[in-house]
Design a binder for this molecule. Structure first.
Ligand SMILES: [Zn+2]
Length: 176
């Protein structure tokens, strides 16, 4: 573990080591990286993950390496290793992910978009992927659009999808 400095296990480091991070710290902040998934997979452990300039939560200037986590993506056999960093000032954990993916989604943004476009244009689901997955995306998009913009926008789902993405938000995650 590369986060324990000074040879002693202080309280914060112990918390991280044993997974006892506080509530706020349990939810990693997930930042996109300007690199495609293919490149990340091809280079594996040699991929040069960029270290963020500052903590996205407290803007502290230091982020320490905090190991890797495994993630699964469509079209990639096995796990993909994603780099993590940790801010020693506020304790938040930052996880990096490939460009073009929503956090915690295995399909790329463009795949999700094209599936929804197809369904709206043709009235049926594109083959090659479970309908329930595609339905999940469309259903969440519909609910979000109606919640944010009102029913008048239900026929402009793709435009809303693009607006969400442009603002860095996920239009197909479950509305809480
Ligand atoms: Zn911080």
């Amino acid at each position: 573990m590369d986060l324990i400095l000074g040879g002693s296990l202080n309280g914060a480091a112990a918390q991280v080591m044993y997974g006892l991070e506080g509530r706020r710290k349990d939810v990693p902040m997930i930042l996109p990286v300007v690199a495609g998934l293919k490149e990340i997979v091809r280079k594996g452990r040699d991929f040069p993950w960029p270290r963020p300039d500052e903590c996205p939560q407290c803007h502290g200037p230091r982020l320490w390496g905090h190991g890797v986590v495994c993630a699964i993506f469509d079209g990639v056999a096995g796990h993909v290793l994603l780099r993590r960093f940790r801010c020693p000032d506020c304790g938040c954990v930052v996880r990096l992910r490939p460009e073009g993916y929503f956090k915690r989604f295995q399909a790329s943004v463009s795949t999700i978009r094209s599936r929804i476009v197809y369904r709206l244009a043709n009235g049926r689901w594109m083959s090659g992927m479970s309908r329930s997955r595609q339905w999940y995306w469309l259903n969440n998009l519909f609910k979000r659009v109606v919640a944010h913009q009102g029913l008048d926008w239900k026929d402009r789902l793709i435009r809303c999808f693009d607006d969400f993405v442009e603002k860095g938000r996920n239009p197909v995650s479950r509305l809480r």
